[in-house]
Design a protein around this ligand. Structure first.
Ligand SMILES: NC(=O)c1ccc[n+]([C@@H]2O[C@H](COP(=O)([O-])OP(=O)(O)OC[C@H]3O[C@@H](n4cnc5c(N)ncnc54)[C@H](O)[C@@H]3O)[C@@H](O)[C@H]2O)c1
Length: 355
């Protein structure tokens, strides 16, 4: 048997550990090195893994370690591109959590270099890889929907502004990049990744800069919420080149009930993601089918880890390359830009030709 893929974890916080645990549980992968600017986090995770790790406080040092084949980047948004780019330049395979970036230009540079490097580059997208989304994709491939013409995608929270890392609320963070990315990516991917042409939207921050709307109605210290520099809501409309429309919303806080949903409108059928429900017309009558997803089915995290290792070990074509993350980032940034300027945005002004 081939040796296991040796993986370095950059960012040993919440999402880094979630991804690292499943990568380590897969017989083809093992976590061998950790990187965090907070050494105590590395020590704690090392204890959990139960064997000695090589530990670095600077990701440039981790990626230079020749005993690391691949990395997972689980830092705040603002560090995704610098850490991923360093890994690509050092010849490592890279998987990055969502969103790809905190802005568009550095993400374009990363995708160019990652593709030129020829190593595996992948987004960790827990919604796209969820059993619900994968099931709907199979229905897409089997023609259930006919032709897509519209979708709605939203993440609405009552009080869900992250209060554990200022990276979330500073410039480059925000609700739209944080949660809009999930529902936008899922809708776009399920619809066959049509090319976006125009975007319009609104965005702002109604709760966060006043110390309100934080997770579970907790009030963080004023020194935290004074750093607010991003949106806590954004909503927009994206038009694609084949005439498809997508309405997308993300609210970290609102006076509305929580909701996480993707709704797909096709010429032959429609569907929702949460729960998975298929709608069609059968002999002139409505037919609705709910598809319960059993707990025994591998979850999104397991699917992500398994696919990353498939791509590295078996050279399986990647179903979520960084390029997909870049297109989603372009749509996110276009809606946010429209919110800032009040003008509709042309996606061609955002993305260089060929991207
Ligand atoms: N469903 C998902 O895919 C999902 C869910 C939650 C979070 N995320 C993403 O994961 C990222 C982190 O979120 P989190 O909740 O895990 O935050 P977190 O604060 O728990 O973890 C981030 C870790 O990165 C470390 N870090 C910061 N700068 C660093 C640097 N320069 N080098 C190395 N380490 C550094 C921090 O010290 C911290 O330990 C965010 O971008 C978020 O969007 C994805």
């Amino acid at each position: 048997m081939k040796r296991r893929v040796r993986i370095g974890l950059i960012g040993t916080g919440g999402i880094g550990k979630v991804n690292a645990r499943v990568l380590d549980a897969d017989p083809r992968g093992e976590i061998v090195a950790l990187c965090d600017i907070l050494p105590e986090r590395m020590d704690e995770f090392e204890r959990e893994l139960g064997r000695p790790m090589r530990k670095y406080e600077d990701f440039h040092d981790l990626v230079k370690d020749r005993r690391v084949d691949a990395v997972f980047v689980g830092t705040p948004n603002q560090v995704h591109v610098p850490a991923s780019l360093a890994a690509v330049r050092a010849g490592r395979h890279v998987m990055c959590t969502k969103p790809l970036s905190d802005s568009l230009a550095p993400a374009i540079e990363l995708v160019r270099e990652a593709e030129a490097a020829g190593t595996v580059n992948m987004m960790s997208l827990s919604t796209r890889f969820s059993p619900e989304c994968l099931y709907l994709k199979r229905q897409v491939n089997e023609g259930f929907f006919g032709e897509f013409y519209y979708a709605r995608a939203r993440s609405v929270r009552r009080a869900g502004i992250p209060d554990w890392n200022p990276g979330f609320i500073e410039a480059g963070g925000g609700a739209f990049r944080d949660m809009g990315v999930h529902v936008l990516d899922a809708a776009w991917w399920l619809m066959g990744m049509p090319r976006p042409v125009r975007a319009a939207g609104v965005a702002g921050a109604r709760f966060g800069p006043h110390g309100e709307g934080y997770t579970d109605f907790r009030r963080p210290p004023e020194s935290y919420w004074r750093r607010y520099g991003s949106d806590d809501y954004a909503g927009g409309f994206i038009r694609f080149e084949n005439g498809i429309g997508l309405q997308v919303e993300s609210f970290w806080a609102s006076h509305m009930p929580g909701d996480l949903q993707v709704e797909l409108f096709g010429s032959e059928g429609g569907a929702t993601l949460h729960p998975v429900r298929l709608y069609t017309t059968d002999h002139g009558l409505p037919r609705d089918v709910t598809v319960p997803i059993p707990r025994s089915v591998p979850n999104g995290w397991t699917n992500i880890a398994s696919h990353y290792l498939d791509c590295i070990v078996d050279k399986t074509p990647c179903m979520a390359p960084l390029r997909h993350g870049l297109m989603v980032q372009a749509m996110l940034e276009a809606v946010l830009e429209s919110g800032r300027t009040g003008q509709e945005v042309l996606l061609d002004d955002f993305l260089p030709p060929g991207m």
